[in-house]
Ligand binder design. Structure first.
Ligand SMILES: Nc1ncnc2c1ncn2[C@@H]1O[C@H](COP(=O)(O)OP(=O)(O)OP(=O)(O)O)[C@@H](O)[C@H]1O
Ligand SMILES: [Mg+2]
Length: 221
């Protein structure tokens, strides 16, 4: 809050100043730039807070399909405007999971954003969801985000998990998206990994323990 409140004040003041200038006034242009930069700063602060905060989880029983759809709703028009075709390959039945809803959405949003950033010329984003197993043989759900974007160079495949590693231009990426994803998934005792091939695309796979004793095979799409 100590970081966000001053930003909110700057943003509000900038907006009210903006209204005082006529369209096309160079001062208006300058104010717009201030507004955009403040927004960027806000995003960065949000990411940093998310990353540094070991927030305590609010666990509830979650229908993963519903959460994916909710997150998609949020950015599907954006994906569409970038000629990105979203394909859903969802298994008919899926166990529920126990997870923190906000954190899960954050993971989905970060991965969708990365996929979209990697497909500057458009492409296909395939979301695969199915029941599976953890490496210890427990019931799990497996979620895949597969894009047809630029792919990741082999020498970068380990680095992408590091906080602040980004290949995006100055002021574009903070390099925290995947670090946050990994942290959240690990706090849920799940696993996350990436397979990628330059020029072909990238697949991020998340495995999360299924909630026991409820929802098994009962949920249908
Ligand atoms: N789907 C993807 N396709 C190609 N490269 C990717 C993909 N996802 C991540 N990367 C690479 O990994 C880097 C790190 O990703 P990460 O999400 O951690 O940070 P960012 O996207 O650069 O910035 P931020 O998410 O903080 O805005 C990216 O800069 C990009 O080079
Ligand atoms: Mg990212």
């Amino acid at each position: 809050h100590e970081l966000n409140n001053p930003l909110a004040t700057i943003s509000l003041r900038t907006e009210s100043l903006l209204e005082q200038f006529a369209d096309g006034d160079p001062k208006q242009h300058a104010l717009k730039i201030i507004g955009q930069e403040v927004e960027r700063m806000g995003n960065l602060v949000g990411n940093l807070l998310q990353f540094s905060r070991r927030s305590h989880q609010q666990i509830s029983t979650i229908d993963v399909y519903k959460e994916i759809e909710n997150t998609l709703n949020f950015i599907e028009h954006y994906l569409c405007s970038r000629q990105i075709n979203v394909v859903r390959e969802f298994a008919d039945t899926l166990p529920n999971i126990h997870a923190d809803r906000q954190q899960l959405r954050q993971v989905f949003l970060n991965l969708l954003t990365n996929a979209s950033d990697a497909m500057t010329q458009g492409g296909t984003l395939t979301l695969r969801v199915a029941a599976g197993q953890t490496e210890h043989g427990a019931g799990a759900i497996v979620i895949e985000f597969a894009d047809t974007g630029t792919g990741i160079k082999p020498e970068d495949l380990l680095k992408v998990w590091e906080p602040f590693f980004t290949t995006k231009g100055e002021g574009k990426g903070t390099g925290l998206g995947l670090a946050i994803c990994r942290r959240i998934v690990e706090e849920h005792k799940g696993t996350i990994n990436i397979e990628s091939e330059v020029g072909r695309g990238t697949t991020v796979r998340i495995t999360l323990r299924a909630a026991e004793g409820e929802g098994h095979g009962t949920h249908s799409v």
